[in-house]
Design a binder for this molecule. Structure first.
Ligand code: PPS
Length: 287
């Protein structure tokens, strides 16, 4: 009798424990995956409204600048957001926001403006407007390389990155294919096809092109402020409102400036209920 009991305790029991943990893990992963699949399939079914505006680019082509330009134009120059993605959501990452269902997007006011890096084939189609920005591919490669090093932990050389970029083995795939697909639609009535270099050269003209294309009503009096706030210098000065990392922090609902918090003595009794204090003291007296 001793041997089977020993076997049970030493082998069968740990095995059962481990498999139950594993099984629970699998069930959790599966339910998360199902939730994700549910959301992603509903994102695929997302139907744009006629007032919606999609800003589409290959990464590092002036997306953030365009997010700011459109928000400035549609609000008369407000900078009342902690991160630009709060007011101009990143469509491709909506699943990672605290958005539970695509229906939540219905609560956003018109015009809903989205940022996306999707190919023409994958972008949601509808009676909405698309603003596509093309940037010189060599500049994109350099900018994307720096982004990989500074934000994604890439440790290779530029030569190594360039090789991956040319083969389309980077996030969002081949720059050439992205551009080629969108170029085919540059004259579509619902597409405004712009170049980053033109925005840099003459921001004011680009702003008026957007006003015209999106049929926005922007009082003249706001224009000098809007132009100033879309400048590289202004956006660099307020980089936290635009940076990818602070965007992720915002997405997860983390709080900034909350780590070195108060450093006060006695804050432990402020938040605890009398019952919690009593439990704590009783437990402490028993150690
Ligand atoms: S991302 O990560 O895909 O959203 O990046 P994206 O915003 O598309 O592109 C980043 C590059 O845009 C430059 N940038 C600007 N240029 C001109 N004016 C303004 N206001 C502005 N804001 C951002 C930014 O510096 C990145 O380019 P590089 O060449 O890396 O400096």
């Amino acid at each position: 009798m001793y041997f089977p009991d020993f076997l049970f305790r030493k082998i069968t029991l740990p095995f059962l424990k481990k498999s139950s943990i594993l099984l629970r893990g699998i069930i959790n992963i599966q339910s998360e995956a199902l939730k994700w699949m549910d959301l992603s399939s509903s994102l695929l079914e997302f139907v744009p409204r006629p007032q919606d505006i999609f800003i589409v680019t290959y990464p590092r082509s002036g997306t953030t600048l365009m997010q700011m330009m459109l928000y400035q134009l549609s609000t008369g120059g407000k900078i009342d957001f902690s991160h630009i993605n709060e007011v101009v959501p990143f469509f491709d990452r909506l699943l990672t926001y605290q958005i539970q269902s695509v229906q939540d997007l219905d609560n956003l006011p018109n015009p809903r403006i989205f940022k996306s890096h999707l190919s023409y084939q994958n972008v949601p189609k509808g009676p909405c407007r698309y603003i596509y920005i093309e940037r010189n591919g060599k500049d994109v490669a350099v900018s994307y390389f720096h982004f990989h090093v500074s934000h994604l932990g890439f440790q290779g050389t530029f030569d190594e990155f360039f090789d991956l970029f040319m083969k389309g083995r980077v996030m969002y795939g081949s720059w050439f294919r992205h551009i080629a697909e969108w170029q085919k639609h540059q004259d579509d009535p619902h597409v405004l096809y712009l170049k980053y270099e033109d925005l840099k050269k003459d921001l004011k003209t680009a702003l008026y092109q957007i006003i015209d294309f999106c049929q926005l009503d922007v009082p003249q009096v706001h224009m000098p402020k809007i132009i100033r706030q879309c400048s590289f210098e202004f956006m660099k000065e307020h980089e936290n409102k635009f940076d990818h990392i602070s965007g992720m922090v915002w997405e997860k609902g983390y709080q900034k400036n909350a780590f070195i918090r108060e450093g006060r003595i006695g804050s432990g009794t402020q938040l605890l209920t009398p019952a919690q204090i009593e439990l704590f003291e009783r437990t402490y007296s028993q150690i």
